[in-house]
Design a protein around this ligand. Structure first.
Ligand code: ADP
Length: 629
């Protein structure tokens, strides 16, 4: 073989998840097939952005051709192609980007499709990008040459598990051409259109890609207006256009929940168009990269996922910020130190919080949707952003014992009894129904006192820090898992002390036994003044570390010293009454019952017994006793 010979084609197999996804695309009956063209144009536009940035960094790479996206079609042969002179792809890129799916949410997506049998809905929720071409084509060819490289490759696939890559005749310049051999025996009632037809192509581009900042050329004419949507007055932009822009920007196929426009004029000028996604993307919590703000300077795309412009607790916000006050050649490092960056960040976060507050009062249903997806993240701001902690707490929603709805703190406060020292909160399990059944609520429900139920791990930290970050006149947040927080008035507390004293001698031998058996876990054992129906519960001593914080820290690999807690026993409960009698007689079963009560109380806190086998054996023995009797 001479050196000039074209390499024979090499066959590759799609990564198994990619193959599965492709199969889904081919058989899909997703009705909105048009979007494949949006995806291709969007990819071409990204490729042109990338080329521009590379050329800025290294002027030798610059080519003379004008950047553009060229669409051609042949309605007889049923062929459609989208061509760009953007960054292009190397052979490795082709394998990595088109042969594999790097998105971390893919597994969850495929699982969800299988479990819910809801592929159409889910395709709409999960950007399948390039693969969407297989909804309309039975063969796809990608001809590509990477910027700065002489090699051109041809990637061909019919979507059936494998693809080939071969060397191809050199493209005159870098870029990519995607050619679709359209399926043409499918029925229009299944959502198929003739995608080689001129007016259909024109219609789709106008609808979905008008704002693309590079020229989209079809039949020798530029078909998109290329207007930066965030520069246009709000009154001129339709809701539909915002939605399409959002989809282009984020590769999310769902409509955004809402958009926020910023028009800052003064010492620092910038415009912003921000979106709140309708739901957290599949990989939101696993992949912090999936959020982000794109920075433009004077309508020119500079960089994506610009963390410097938005605080971490707003990382679910997507959108564009365009400033005139930054130099075009700015790098991430310089951006960090730019005073302008700080100004933009401050006013952006303030604006977002103001808009969220407005949304809460104007459209509660929408706000609840937002909160269910992103509340956990937003709440991190209460801890991390002392300046805005109060504002974030104001727009935070909580579950409550009052009803099954969400409540704000202000709404809770409006229902507070005058004698309440503060806002009663209960943290514990991340499972709402488990939390609702907590024995710690017994005394509060008896007195008809409302308690906020806090199920997110971050709530623990909020409670721990609230007193430091909130203004002095705010109502105190009181965690009822703590020993010192009770629903009682001063008089009642005095009464309780009397009662406790009276029970002292009664409990003496039981307490001694309990500390002997569980001394490494318990600091104290005492009669409960709050339990009314359960026999026992665990409390955190004043100043002690909460059980959930301990678990979180351990899960993070930190070396937490053993924490001792308080075991409260309900002296009116039959088990405890019996236990008191038995302990006086030194009954051998006392220690087993104590251990079991302790384990059960911890289970209610969401913590499994240290020794499950031992726990099960004790329960078995007790059941045997009960059943045999
Ligand atoms: P997404 O665009 O959401 O990342 P796609 O499946 O559409 O997913 O594309 C996968 C990757 O393939 C892109 O991220 C990009 O790196 C590469 N790619 C696709 N089309 C082009 C193109 N026209 N030019 C250069 N790279 C491309």
């Amino acid at each position: 073989m001479s050196g000039n010979d074209i390499m024979s084609e090499e066959k590759f197999y799609f990564q198994s998840e990619a193959a599965e996804l492709l199969k889904l695309m081919i058989s899909s009956v997703y009705s909105n097939r048009d979007i494949f063209l949006r995806e291709l144009i969007s990819n071409a536009s990204d490729a042109l952005d990338k080329r521009r940035i590379e050329c800025l960094k290294d002027s030798e790479l610059a080519e003379n051709t004008k950047p553009e996206i060229l669409i051609t079609s042949d309605s007889e042969k049923k062929i459609l192609s989208v061509s760009d002179n953007g960054i292009g792809m190397s052979k490795d890129d082709l394998i990595a980007y088109l042969g594999t799916i790097a998105k971390s949410g893919t597994k969850e997506f495929l699982k969800a499709v299988k479990n819910e049998n809801a592929e159409n809905e889910l395709i709409g929720q999960f950007g399948v990008g390039f693969y969407s071409v297989f909804m309309v084509a039975d063969k796809v060819e990608v001809l590509t040459r990477k910027l700065g490289s002489a090699e051109t490759y041809k990637f061909v696939s019919d979507g059936n598990g494998s693809y080939t890559i071969e060397d191809a005749e050199q493209r005159p310049e870098c870029g990519t051409t995607v050619t679709l051999y359209l399926r043409h025996d499918d029925k229009p009632e299944d959502g198929f259109k003739d995608y080689s037809s001129e007016w259909i192509i024109r219609e789709i581009i106008e609808k979905y890609s008008d704002f693309i900042s590079w020229p989209v050329v079809f039949k020798d004419k530029i078909v998109n207006s290329q207007k930066a949507i965030w520069q246009r007055p709000d009154s001129e932009v339709t809701e539909e256009e915002y939605k399409e822009f959002y989809k282009h920007l984020t590769h999310d196929w769902r409509d955004p929940l809402t958009h926020i426009k910023i028009n800052a004029e003064g010492s620092t000028n910038f415009k912003g168009l921000l979106f709140i996604p309708s739901e957290a993307p599949y990989d939101m919590f696993m992949n912090p990269e999936s959020g982000g703000i794109n920075l433009y300077i004077n309508r020119v795309f500079i960089m994506n996922d610009c963390k410097e412009l938005i605080p971490e607790y707003l990382r679910f916000i997507r959108g564009v910020i365009d400033s005139e006050d930054l130099p075009l050649n700015i790098s991430r490092e310089i951006l960090q130190d730019e005073p302008v960056t700080r100004v933009i960040k401050r006013s952006t976060q303030r604006k977002i919080l103001v808009e969220l507050k407005k949304l809460l009062s104007s459209d509660r249903e929408k706000y609840i949707k937002f909160w269910s997806s992103f509340g956990k993240i937003l709440k991190e701001g209460i801890i991390k952003d002392t300046e805005h902690a109060k504002n974030i707490l104001e727009i935070s929603l909580f579950r409550t014992t009052h009803n099954d709805e969400w409540t704000t703190l202000a709404e809770y406060e409006s229902r507070m009894k005058p004698e309440q020292e503060g806002v009663y909160c209960l943290t514990g399990s991340d499972n709402l129904s488990a939390l609702k059944a907590s024995p710690k609520l017994e005394a509060f429900s008896e007195k008809n006192l409302e308690v906020l139920l806090m199920t997110d791990p971050v709530d623990e930290w909020i409670l721990a820090q609230a007193s430091f970050v909130l203004p002095e006149d705010s109502k105190k947040l009181l965690n009822i898992a703590r020993d010192e927080v009770t629903p009682y008035t001063e008089d009642e507390k005095k009464d309780n002390e009397e009662k406790l004293k009276a029970l002292d001698s009664e409990f003496e031998s039981l307490k001694k036994k309990a500390l002997e058996v569980l001394g490494d876990k318990l600091e104290n054992v005492k009669p409960s003044m709050t339990l009314t129906s359960s026999p026992a519960c665990i409390r955190v001593p004043s100043g002690g570390m909460s059980i959930q914080v301990e678990c979180t820290l351990r899960a993070m690999g930190q070396n937490v010293p053993p924490q001792k807690r308080i075991l409260e026993l309900n002296a009116n409960h039959l088990i405890v009454k019996k236990l008191l009698e038995m302990s006086k007689m030194n009954d051998a079963k006392v220690s087993d019952v104590l251990k079991t009560l302790y384990d059960q109380s911890m289970i209610l806190e969401g913590v499994a017994p240290d020794n499950p086998a031992d726990f099960v054996k004790r329960i078995d023995d007790l059941m045997t006793l009960a059943l045999v009797k």
